[in-house]
Design a protein. Structure first.
Length: 221
């Protein structure tokens, strides 16, 4: 039915009707769980609305394309504010602050020279790269033009969670184990104890960045 409407609108040359028909097709495909096909339909609706000079409908179609790409469920729920990128820029700022802190921590770990220097510099260095990818992804999010930025945002956020979730368990457990093993491991206990305050600050920044990311990905978050 939607494809018949699209064909009729194309034959008549009515751009707004064409955008409406393609947008309806995108909504149906999205409900059926066909995210890629839905995104293509939304992007074609976006192009038709933009040619028709209807920026509000074009923005709504662009939001549908983002939602289909990110897999946000329940497309019938009304978004809080689909027509601006405030949340995407907020997510970018959160990861930018985390990136700056990670770069500083990486440099400090390289200069530190303690028993955990290599581990700390690798962990913070890899995290800095992921945070930078997330920052660029959120900051340059552009529907239909830079799909690579969308992938960067998602992979950056996912990678940071994968790294910092086990670290939040590993470092405190390592400190307790080192304390119980005796004097021969006192240097490790002191090293971990020195790293923990920095880790707590970085964990707080990462937590704030994740919250902002969730608000960007979830239209009602």
């Amino acid at each position: 039915m939607h494809r018949q409407d699209i064909a009729a609108a194309e034959e008549a040359g009515h751009l707004h009707d064409l955008g409406t028909a393609r947008n309806s097709l995108g909504q149906t495909l999205e409900k059926l769980g066909r995210g890629r096909a839905a995104r293509r339909a939304y992007l074609r609706a976006f192009a038709a609305f933009r040619k028709a000079g209807d920026p509000a409908s074009a923005a709504a179609a662009a939001y549908g394309a983002r939602r289909a790409w990110l897999g946000i469920p329940d497309p019938d729920r009304g978004p809080h504010d689909p027509y601006d990128d405030v949340r995407w820029h907020a997510a970018a700022r959160g990861h930018a602050a985390f990136t700056a802190a990670l770069v500083a921590a990486t440099v400090a770990a390289q200069l530190w020279g303690g028993p955990l220097a290599l581990f700390a510099s690798v962990a913070t260095g890899v995290s800095a790269v992921l945070a930078l990818a997330a920052t660029a992804g959120f900051g340059c999010f552009s529907v239909g033009q830079h799909a690579g930025f969308e992938v960067a945002a998602r992979l950056g956020v996912f990678g940071l969670v994968v790294i910092w979730l086990p670290l939040s368990v590993l470092l405190p457990v390592g400190l307790v184990v080192s304390l119980f093993l005796g004097a021969e491991h006192r240097d490790w206990a002191e090293a971990i104890g020195g790293v923990l305050p920095v880790f707590v600050v970085l964990s707080f920044l990462q937590h704030r960045a994740v919250i902002r990311s969730n608000r960007a990905f979830d239209p009602e978050g």
